[in-house]
Design a protein around this ligand. Structure first.
Ligand code: NAP
Length: 248
């Protein structure tokens, strides 16, 4: 049976990999990103259509409530209905606490934390009405062990894990499961900005059990599991997808 999913922040990186991965698993898709990523989003959508799936693109900023309502409404009208929401959009601006500004803090919370809440709330009436839903929130290993310069990011991703747990409690009665995936270090634009230099790449390859950094495709299987009926009795969980990172 073809399922329908919304993926936020889907133009590149992990979101793009999830889009292609779900397309290969019989999903029709509504892909979102901010207006600045319009061209890249259209490119990803073309790749999804190339796999034989229907795909609509919806520009919008998840930190804005009206945009989230628009994304949810356009996805439902464009696809007919929606089964799955993947809250993937996120930002990471590195700043040590002594240099951290209220603006960076607020922007990080607005996209990473409030964005997840607002997209979830916007789609909830539709999922409740259908008494079916799968919500997959992309948190981060930073919710467990953040690194220096990531205090605000770690706080925002811890918020996602907490929000996931309580969403599960509130939505279970409607047949909606809510789970989080916590990627480790994944080779995307964000991941490489975070690592910055070859020495840090070598360090993280060493402290990862699998002795390599993650690729965006490494995140797809766990997301697909939480999006599917294979995880019908799994909710409120947060799964590390990090190759086995040991922090000493
Ligand atoms: P990425 O390459 O930077 O892609 C994220 C996408 O989301 C970008 O296209 C970005 O656009 C978009 N986006 C940013 N703000 C948005 C907003 N307000 N509304 C809609 N879209 C927005 O990052 P990624 O590495 O694929 O990360 C995807 C998710 O995984 C994020 O939630 C991230 O925190 C999480 N994660 C990543 C890693 C990692 O190592 N890469 C590890 C753990 C968790 P702009 O670039 O124009 O802002």
């Amino acid at each position: 049976m073809t399922r329908h999913a919304i993926i936020t922040g889907a133009s590149r990186g992990i979101g793009r990999a999830i889009a292609l991965g779900l397309a290969g698993r019989d999903y029709d898709l509504a892909l979102n990103d901010i207006a600045a990523q319009d061209a890249a989003l259209k490119q990803t959508a073309e790749e999804v259509r190339g796999l034989g799936r229907r795909c609509v693109t919806i520009l919008g900023d998840v930190s804005k409530l009206d945009d989230c309502r628009g994304v949810a409404a356009e996805a439902v009208s464009g696809l007919g209905h929606v089964d799955v929401l993947v809250n993937n959009a996120g930002i990471l601006r590195i700043a040590m606490i002594e240099d951290l500004t209220p603006e960076i803090w607020d922007q990080t919370m607005a996209v990473n934390g409030r964005g997840v809440f607002q997209m979830t709330q916007a789609l909830l009436p539709h999922l409740k009405e259908r008494r079916y839903g799968r919500i997959v929130n992309i948190a981060s290993l930073a919710a467990r062990t953040g690194g220096p310069g990531q205090s605000h990011y770690a706080a925002s991703k811890s918020a996602v894990v907490g929000f996931t747990r309580v969403s599960s409690m509130e939505f279970g009665q409607y047949g909606i499961t809510v789970n989080a995936v916590c990627p480790g270090i994944i080779v995307t634009e964000m991941g490489m900005n975070n690592l910055r230099d070859p020495e840090r790449v070598a360090h993280f390859e060493k402290v990862t059990d699998l002795h390599r950094l993650g690729q965006p495709e490494d995140v797809v299987g766990p997301v697909a599991f939480f999006a599917s009926d294979d995880s019908a009795f799994v909710t409120g969980q947060a799964l590390n997808v990090d190759g086995g990172i040991f922090y000493s």
